[in-house]
Structure formats: C-alpha cells, structure tokens
Ligand binder design. Structure first.
Ligand code: G3I
Length: 382
C-alpha cells in the first residue's frame, strides 16, 4: 500500500471512531440508531418473541432483536399448554432455549405467564376436586418459578384476572379456589422465586373501572404481606384512539402504590375494530369482510403518519414518567408477525409495530427516536 493511501485510511478511521465514541452515543457499532441505546437511561425496550425467533430461524428478527431490544418476552412458549402439557409432564425445551437466547443477546427474559385462564392444557378442564386443582395450581407455579429463578428477570404471575367493570373474571381459578387465588399465586411465586420480580399483568387496566379492580388486587397482595414488584399495562391500543389521559392517570396511581409500571405488550393497530373497543380478549372473534381489511395493499401515508404521531405522544408520556416506568415491551418485532393480523378477524393485514414486513423501520420508529434526538439524527443514520 502506498504511504499516502495508508495515511488517508488512518485519518478516515480516526474521524469515524471519534464520531462514534463521542457525538453519536445512540448509534450501535454498525452505525444505525438503536432503540435500546436511545432509551438506555430511561427504560428497557423489550419485544415478544415467537418460536421462529427463539429457534433462531429468522435472521431478520435476530438482527433487529440484537440491535434494538434489551428485553425478551415469550409470546406463547411459557404458557401452560406448552410448558405443562400434562398433569405430570412439563416441557421446558423452548423455555430453556429462550433463556439461552437471552444470554446470547444480553437481553433479560420477562416470563409470561404463570396463571392465566387462556391457553390452559386440556387436562386442567378434567380436574374435578378442589384439592386436586389446588395441587395442580401449587405445583405448576412452584415447579416453573423455581426452575427459572435467577434465569428470568420477572414473571407475570397472574394475567388478565379482571373483567372490564373491575370485578374478577369467572375463570377455572376463581371457580375452584375462590378470590384469594391471586394472593396465593403471588405467595407461591415469592417462595419459589425469591430473586425474580413479580407482576400483575392485564389489558385495559388504564380504564378507570378496571384500574380500580387492579388497584384492589395489588393492595390486597400488599396487605397480605406478599411481594408484588410491578404492574403490567399491556397496551393493545388503536393508533387512532390511544387513551392518553387514562394512561397518565394510571401511571400515577399505580406508582403511588410503590410498584413499577411496565408496558408489557405494546402495539398500536390501525384496523377497524368490529366492536369499537380496546379489548384483547383472545376469545372474541368476528367474520372477515374486505371492508374490515382496508390496507391489504399497503399502509396509506396518512394512516402511517397518524400512527407515528400516536407512538411519539406515548413515548413522550413514558419519558415524563421515566422514574416510574421501567419497561416498554412491544408485542412482536415486525408487523408481519403480529397477533393482530389474526385477531379478532383472521386473515387481515395490520401494521401495529415499529418495523415493517421487510424488517425496515417505519415512520413510527423515527418519531419514537425523535422523542430523544433531533429529527435529522434519527433519519440520517439508516
Ligand atoms: O401452536 C399452534 C400450531 O400448532 C397451529 O398449527 C396453529 C394454527 O393456527 O396454531 C398455533 O397456536 C396458535 C398460537 O398463538 C401460537 O402461534 C394459536 O392458534 C393462537 O390462538 C395463539 O395466539 C396467541 C394468543 O395470545 C392466544 O391466547 C398469540 O400468538 C399471542 O400473541 C397472544 O398473546 C396474548 C398475551 O399472551 C396476553 N395478552 C393478550 C395477547 C394478545 O392476545
């Protein structure tokens, strides 16, 4: 190599390394803006992961997960029907893989979920006696929580125990064990997993009546002298109707109980909802019609801009309460993998996340980054 060329190379690499180490702190080593770096002094940025991502069959997701996220939540594989398929049989294959992936990606795993009325294994329906049901309940929590103590950061100990009016949902747990099952679940989890954070997780608990129900649950757990570390507000909202006022009130009221607030399943769908509400009840289903699937050919700019604006307003709110808000987890990595393509109507094309079907950042991604950086910096770096 000629001396002049060598000198030029040294000068260029010096400029690059100065730029990376000082001016552009939110860049990762490949020079792209990284969500987890942008918000590293504010909150964890998590993503729910599916089987393909856990088995490392999806290189596009692997790259995004490592660049942008520092928390992993299993979308399905730690739920009862997968991890505990039969009375006396557990299957930890995928859960163990996820824990390994978390280590590899340097991303803690946020366990989801120990006690939930949905995705239960078929054997549970057949349990007749209260004593047998209690045995299942105790062993399920104890076995799973103790196996992963110190390996997962947290558990959603109880998920979706409430109705919209704040009363307790009629579930197998309520029917068989009575309303104390929630405190009991936390007590068992605390004993089995002393090094794991414990949360109550639900959707729509930003809404006043359901929020009051969640507050009553949390107070009851605390009054029993049992540990609860946080509350998970799921965050399945519609991008044209995000309940900002209720979310802000909720952060304040939950934080006042001395616990952390997590947004655990964030996505902002853009499609019409048949019932015009923000429910996330997986049992609600409706018929397909072309009218209900208006963006099959692509997302119009106006809808994309509205979504980006809503995401920006949400992140501004999260930043305002950064001392109380510990984590923002998106329910998926890119739009094509979202549960909202199949719920509540199968076969629709939804666009709820920050990355598109080609793993590219969307307008919403840039607007979220711009809540912390100058617009020019957010755009330039991709
Ligand atoms: O595993 C089977 C597979 O064998 C089969 O071929 C395929 C055919 O449809 O179905 C697969 O199971 C699906 C499973 O996701 C895994 O992909 C179920 O049908 C489907 O119902 C299930 O949906 C999950 C849903 O929970 C079910 O309760 C979604 O992926 C998951 O995103 C969603 O997550 C919930 C949270 O846990 C709690 N809060 C609400 C949130 C959204 O509903």
């Amino acid at each position: 190599m000629k001396p002049i060329t060598l000198a030029l190379l040294i000068a260029v690499s010096a400029i690059i390394s100065t730029g990376c180490s000082s001016g552009k702190k939110s860049m990762n080593t490949s020079g792209t803006v990284s969500l987890k770096e942008v918000f590293k002094n504010d909150f964890v940025i998590g993503a729910a992961v599916n089987n393909g991502q856990i088995n490392e069959r999806d290189s596009g997701s692997a790259a995004l997960l490592q660049t942008h996220f520092n928390g992993l939540t299993p979308e399905n594989i730690m739920k009862c029907e997968i991890i505990h398929p039969e009375w006396d049989r557990y299957d930890f294959t995928l859960a163990d893989k996820l824990v390994e992936l978390g280590k590899k990606y340097n991303s803690p795993v946020y366990g989801h979920t120990l006690i939930w009325h949905s995705q239960l294994s078929p054997f549970i329906q057949k349990i007749q006696s209260v004593d047998s049901f209690r045995t299942f309940f105790t062993e399920h929590i104890t076995t799973i929580a103790s196996r992963y103590d110190g390996k997962v950061k947290s558990w959603d100990v109880v998920n979706e125990a409430l109705n919209e009016d704040g009363t307790l949902r009629k579930s197998a747990f309520l029917n068989k064990l009575g309303e104390d099952y929630i405190v009991e679940a936390f007590r068992l989890a605390q004993k089995a997993a002393p090094n794991t954070e414990l949360y109550y997780n639900d959707y729509n608990i930003e809404q006043p009546k359901k929020r009051a129900g969640a507050i009553a649950i949390i107070k009851k757990i605390q009054a029993a002298g049992v540990r609860i570390d946080g509350v998970g507000i799921q965050g399945h909202w519609r991008s044209y109707n995000v309940p900002m006022k209720e979310i802000e009130e909720s952060i304040k009221e939950f934080a006042a109980l001395g616990i952390k607030v997590h947004f655990t399943e964030l996505d902002l769908g853009v499609l019409p909802n048949p019932w015009d509400n923000d429910a996330a009840d997986v049992n609600m289903k409706a018929e397909y019609s072309a009218k209900m699937n208006p963006y099959a050919a692509g997302l119009p700019d106006s809808v994309s801009a509205k979504q980006a604006q809503s995401y920006a307003e949400l992140f501004q709110l999260f930043l305002k309460y950064r001392k109380d808000v510990a984590r923002i987890t998106f329910w998926g990595v890119q739009d094509g993998q979202s549960w909202l393509n199949g719920w509540p109507i199968r076969g629709r094309t939804n666009y709820p996340l920050l990355f598109d079907r080609k793993y590219q950042p969307k307008a919403a991604f840039y607007k979220v980054v711009e809540t912390k950086t100058k617009p020019a910096d957010a755009k330039k770096s991709f």
